[in-house]
Design a protein around this ligand. Structure first.
Ligand code: PLP
Length: 402
């Protein structure tokens, strides 16, 4: 350079909004387990929150066809029109709602859908009430947007079902959104329809949005059935539905999700998306179109297998002295309470998870990350053999703690 001026490197100062959040704890468990696996260690991995089934063939073929047909260009930022229609049709058919494509925006996964909803609605200081235990990402999304997460607790003894009366007490004039997730990650709790209607009534009474995360809608067991609060008449002004293709269609890596909600909100999300990600990947949208229009047989196959594993892992955990465990009604997680095993050198669930990984190479996620200290989250989206191996190690570990 001709000039003799001193060059100055920019100091790395990360923006405040990013300093308010942390790396997803579930991703951290994933990374720690992957590191051990890369060293050739046999990890009993109960970490991943994703189906261990492949994406159904008919969906994969639709993506291949889209590629062959050169559907590889930009699409409308909010998603292709046939997909928005197909999502509304599927949601109506499966869950009894009545949305139109103008009330639907397609996003880059359910996480992106929820993130953008929060960014679209939350100003600094606004409160968001979150049913606890909660999916790890909700509080950080709220904090990123400058909002304040407020937690509405549910009780293990009540199956971790969020109760409308608890929620009611948490809502203040600053509340803008209530977030519920049923079936729940991490607890597997399913809110019964009558309670869900009471929750909707509370939101209506206070004039706050009810954001219902339906990511696990089709993984319900026993008496619990797939249900959407959007099937209730007169709910649409208050409701925001977040949906995901990830779990229902074993499509976690494809990144496809959606929001159904009031048109003004949908338009705001589409605007944000138009200035950030633009459209979800074009060929993925065609795969999603097939998922919405095609057969649902693969879901029933996965569900039957998850059900077998659920009963097996709960029985195995309950057989370990000092562990209590609810029978989850949905999703593919168990959420045992291990607090009877805490002591001076292993004082909390984070320490239990670390000791389990270090000593027995069992990967679990500490309950504190979900707002429920004393618990561990185990995903049973892993084979029966691996569940048995993990249970054997858990039994050995906790026997050593006695
Ligand atoms: N909501 C809940 C409760 C989840 O557990 C997840 C993923 O684990 C998501 C939303 C987001 O899923 P995705 O972004 O893969 O659609």
């Amino acid at each position: 350079m001709a000039s003799a001026e001193k060059l100055v490197a920019p100091s790395i100062r990360i923006a405040d909004r990013l300093n308010r959040i942390s790396v997803s704890p579930t991703m951290a468990v994933l990374a720690a387990a992957e590191k051990l696996k890369a060293e050739g260690i046999d990890v009993a991995d109960f970490g991943p929150g994703e189906p261990d089934f492949p994406t159904p063939d008919h969906i994969k073929k639709a993506a291949i066809k889209a590629l062959d047909e050169n559907r590889t260009k930009y699409t409308a930022a909010a998603g292709i029109a046939p997909l928005r229609q197909a999502i509304c049709d599927w949601h109506k058919r499966e869950l009894g709602s009545s949305y139109t494509p103008a009330e639907c925006v397609v996003n880059v996964g359910g996480k992106h859908a929820i993130f953008q909803t929060i960014c679209a609605l939350i100003n600094a200081g606004d409160e968001v009430v979150i049913g606890a235990p909660y999916w790890v990402s909700y509080p950080d999304m709220v904090k990123y947007a400058g909002g304040v997460p407020v937690f509405a607790e549910s009780e293990a003894g009540d199956g971790f079902v969020l109760r409308a009366e608890v929620l009611d007490k948490k809502i203040t004039p600053k509340t803008r959104i209530v977030i519920v997730n049923s079936p729940s990650n991490p607890s597997g709790a399913v809110i019964p329809p009558a309670e869900f209607e009471k929750i909707l009534a509370v939101c209506k009474k206070h004039g706050v949005f009810l954001l219902s995360d339906e990511c696990y809608s089709h993984f319900t067991y026993g008496d619990a059935k797939p249900y959407s609060i959007a099937s209730v008449s007169d709910s649409k002004d208050t409701l925001i539905i977040a949906g995901s293709f990830s779990k229902t269609f074993a499509m976690t890596g494809w990144r496809l999700g959606y929001i159904l909600g009031p048109k003004m909100l949908v338009d705001a999300i589409a605007k944000l998306q138009s200035q950030s990600t633009s459209n979800p990947t074009s060929i993925v949208q065609y795969a999603g179109l097939e998922a919405m229009r095609g057969p649902m047989d693969s879901v029933a196959v996965m569900l039957a297998e998850y059900n077998r594993r659920r009963e097996h892992i709960v029985a195995g955990l309950r057989a370990i002295p000092g562990i209590t465990c609810n029978m989850p009604q949905g999703a593919f997680y168990v959420f045992p309470n291990v607090s009877a095993h805490l002591h001076a050198t292993m004082p909390d669930d984070g320490a239990v998870a670390k000791a389990l990984l270090d000593n027995e190479h069992v990967a679990v996620t500490p309950g504190g990350a979900f707002g429920a200290p004393g618990h561990l989250r185990l995903s049973y989206a892993t084979s029966m053999d691996r569940i048995d191996e993990g249970l054997k190690r858990l039994k050995r570990f906790f026997a050593g703690q006695a």
